[in-house]
Structure formats: structure tokens, C-alpha cells
Design a protein around this ligand. Structure first.
Ligand code: HAM
Length: 420
């Protein structure tokens, strides 16, 4: 292993690609910020207990994929594998739900950790932007979140994604379905591990990717047929609101998701250019999670979109984001005196809010001009001894190639004018 290698299943974000990640986070969060969601940040680790209770003792995430550690003081912690349990915990701790303004709408952006088998689009350290609307049961809230994610993806230029939608029922109707499904599954020809899963989390068996398992599931009881009237009406309303908003979705009764806290609405955004790790985002309603972690009744809904996979989806579709150059002016000094003078101009420009950079390290004109080009700057400022003697700097428009001498004292003002 090379000393410079990032740990297995992780990778570094470096320029220029890192700029795309920032732009994706910005694009996903912009519609949320415009819709009343406030920013929340929680620690990178929590007590293991929170995820065991919240995400679910029977899920792969908790049983196989959590990075857990014991502190020197003896606390059992886990690097966060997801954001929902943490955000709800933080909202409860801060009593946000008691401030009288429900739903509490929050958005977040950060790193998450799952000890998964790494492959294209699946990492052990990945990044999500998420949103949670806590404390209100209203189909319009479910619809709002799906519409905002759709809007975010469209604003990035993504087109080849689909929205899969399902309802998992509630604490009234799901247990009845669960039992019916269990008795159906128990009669099938399945391996030991899957048999164990039938007893702990039978809905997950529906999610089995193996063809021989799927073949046996053709006649499995359908959750749709077991939904209670309240769940059915709720789901119909979510569907109607999405349709009215012009957001296309596909009903997918196999969509069960990998976390135990979901009730009623569940959804996933999948991208067709990504191969097996096609889910770019997912979420749903979690009306029981607050109670599961010891809080009051707080019906809630949310989603998280994977930033890594969203970037892969952009690449798969060949979408190039229109990222403006970060530097507007690049200064190239020729000689010691010019270094001092131009460094002063660069500082003045920056203080005036103009993005400027400088050819550090005393390189020659050719090398410095290459850096100027690479920076994407619209203008370069070049000055040598003769220019300074005349009290001017050479101002070059990198687009037109035009160059003119500008009085040194007016350089900053002239650039401010030209850059609007
Ligand atoms: P999730 O479906 O587990 O949901 O993750 C959401 C997204 O995070 C996935 O669709 C995917 O894009 C990305 N993701 C997950 N695992 C990985 C990985 N190993 N490598 C790369 N990307 C990954 C949740 O996490 C829920 N907390 C969402 C939610 C919020 N539900 C309600 N509120």
C-alpha cells in the first residue's frame, strides 16, 4: 500500500472535480432554503444506541455496516451511517418541536459512513444533502419534499432519473400484512439466512435481488391489498399532489428501503446510467421514529440525496455544469519592485470583492502566463520595471487578447468597471 493512498472505499475530492461537488450541494440545498428549511449540523458520531433503536436492529446498516468504537471513557459510539436519527435527536434535544411552529423543517449536508463492500458508486465514506420535516402529518409535506428533490435534480440538468413511490402502511395495517407475508414466505424454498430474515424483517425479502428468489415471490401477498383506508387515502393524496405538480413517478410496491423507521410514503430517486448502485436519493415518512428513540409522537418525513452518486449521474448523462471561473484577475509581476506593487493591487482588488490571484514564486513570464490561462481569469495584469517607471500596468483581456496600458493608480477601478 502506498503511503499516499486513501483508505479502502474512500476517495479524496480535489480540484477541479471538487468544484462540481460544491455546486451539487448548493443546487440540492437551494430549493430547500427557499422553502423554509433551516440549516442543521450534528456531530459525525452518536451513541450507538440511537442508530440501533432508530435505524433498526435488524437492518444491514446496523448489523453489518456501522463503524463503532469504544471511547477511552467507555462510551459506545458509531460514526453516523445516516442523518435522520441524528437530526431528530438534535431537534428533540433543542426542543425545536416545542417552539410552536410545526413542522420543524431542517436541511443538512455532510459525510456518512457505512462499512459496505466498495464498488462503483458505493463507498465507505460518502456525502449526502438531506431534509427532514418534523412533527406534521400532511400529504402535502411528503409531496413538497419529493417536488423539491425533483426541482433540485432538474436545476442541475439531470433528466434520466425516475421517482419510485410506495406506501408501507402504518402501525395498524403493516403488522397484518407482515404476518400474511411471513406465512407465505415460510413455505418457500429459501436458504438459512433468508429464513432468518423472514422472522426479523420479512419485507426485506421482497427486495432480494436473486432471480430464483424473485421467481418464488410472484404470488406473494401485496402490501397494497392490506393498506388501511387512512393509509390508502393518504397515499392517494400524495400521488394526486405530485401529479398536479407535473412530477412524474412510478408506483413500485417492491420499494421497501433499507431502514426500519419508514411508515406510509417511501420513495427513491433512481438514475438509469449508474448500473447496480442506481439510487441517487431516497426517503419517506417516519411517523414512529421519535417514539422509537424515546421522544413524543412526531410524525415526520424526509429524504437524503447522495452527492457522490449525483455527480456520477451528471457524468453519466454528460452534463457539464456551468461553473464560472473562480479567479477574475491574475497578476503577473516581472521583477522585485513589480512584485511588491502588484501584490498591493491584488490585495486592493480582493478587498473590493474582485476575485484575484497572483503569480507566486517569482516565475518567468511564460510560466506565469500559463498559470494565468489555467486560472480562467478574464484579465491579467502584467508589470515590469519599464511599466512601473511610466506609472502604468499592462491590462490584458484574456478573451479578446487585447492589451492596453492603464495608470497604476487606476488599475483597480478600471477592473472593477470592466468586470461590472
Ligand atoms: P439511504 O437510502 O440509505 O437513506 O441513503 C440516501 C442516499 O445516500 C442513497 O440514495 C445514495 O445516493 C446515498 N448513499 C447511501 N449509501 C451510500 C454509499 N455507501 N456510497 C455512496 N452513496 C451512498 C438515508 O440515508 C435516509 N436517512 C434518508 C431519509 C431522510 N429518510 C428520511 N429522511
Amino acid at each position: 500500500m502506498s503511503t499516499f493512498q486513501a483508505p479502502k472505499g474512500t476517495y479524496d475530492l480535489t480540484p477541479p472535480r471538487s468544484a462540481t461537488f460544491l455546486a451539487v450541494r448548493e443546487a440540492i440545498s437551494a430549493p430547500l432554503r427557499d422553502s423554509g428549511y433551516g440549516y442543521i449540523e450534528t456531530p459525525g458520531f452518536e451513541n450507538v444506541e440511537l442508530f440501533a433503536r432508530g435505524v433498526g436492529e435488524s437492518t444491514d446498516i446496523v448489523t453489518k455496516e456501522m463503524y463503532t468504537l469504544t471511547t477511552k471513557g467507555g462510551s459506545q459510539l458509531a460514526l453516523r451511517p445516516e442523518g435522520t436519527a441524528s437530526v431528530l435527536r438534535a431537534a428533540l434535544e433543542a426542543n425545536l418541536h416545542k417552539a410552536g411552529n410545526l413542522p420543524v423543517k431542517l436541511w443538512y449536508s455532510g459525510s456518512y459512513y457505512r462499512y459496505e463492500r466498495p464498488q462503483a458508486g458505493r463507498y465507505r465514506h460518502f456525502s449526502q444533502v438531506g431534509a427532514e420535516a418534523i412533527g406534521t402529518e400532511d400529504p402535502a409535506l411528503d409531496a413538497e419534499l419529493i417536488i423539491l428533490a425533483d426541482q433540485a435534480y432538474r436545476s442541475l440538468g439531470l433528466r434520466q432519473f425516475r421517482i419510485l413511490l410506495n406506501s408501507l402502511g402504518d402501525k395498524e395495517c403493516r403488522p397484518v400484512y407482515r404476518e400474511a407475508l411471513q406465512s407465505f414466505l415460510r413455505d418457500l424454498d429459501l436458504d438459512e439466512e433468508t429464513r432468518r430474515r423472514i422472522e426479523i424483517n420479512p419485507l426485506r425479502v421482497l427486495d432480494d435481488k436473486r432471480a430464483d428468489v424473485q421467481k418464488q415471490l410472484t404470488d406473494a401477498p401485496k402490501l397494497r391489498d392490506y393498506l388501511c383506508d387512512a393509509c390508502k387515502a393518504y397515499h392517494e393524496e400524495v400521488r394526486a399532489l405530485l401529479t398536479a405538480a407535473g412530477v412524474a413517478f412510478e408506483d413500485d410496491e417492491k420499494l421497501v428501503r433499507g431502514l426500519d423507521y419508514y411508515t406510509r410514503t417511501t420513495f427513491e430517486f433512481v438514475h438509469d446510467g449508474l448500473g447496480s448502485q442506481s439510487a441517487v436519493g431516497g426517503g419517506g415518512r417516519y411517523d414512529g421514529l421519535s417514539e422509537m428513540i424515546g421522544g413524543p409522537v412526531l410524525p415526520s418525513v424526509g429524504w437524503a440525496l447522495g452527492v457522490d452518486r449525483t455527480v456520477l449521474a451528471l457524468e453519466a448523462e454528460g452534463v457539464e455544469l456551468d461553473l464560472p471561473a473562480t479567479t477574475s484577475v491574475y497578476a503577473v509581476p516581472l521583477g522585485e519592485e513589480a512584485r511588491r506593487v502588484l501584490f498591493g493591487v491584488v490585495t486592493e482588488l480582493r478587498r473590493a470583492g474582485i476575485a484575484a490571484d497572483f503569480a507566486f514564486g517569482g516565475r518567468g513570464l511564460k510560466g506565469a502566463m500559463k498559470s494565468a490561462n489555467r486560472s480562467g481569469a478574464r484579465y491579467t495584469l502584467v508589470a515590469g520595471e519599464r511599466d512601473l517607471a511610466e506609472g502604468v500596468v499592462q491590462l490584458k483581456d484574456m478573451e479578446s487578447g487585447e492589451q492596453s496600458a492603464v495608470p497604476l493608480t487606476e488599475a483597480a477601478a478600471e477592473l472593477a468597471k470592466r468586470l461590472g
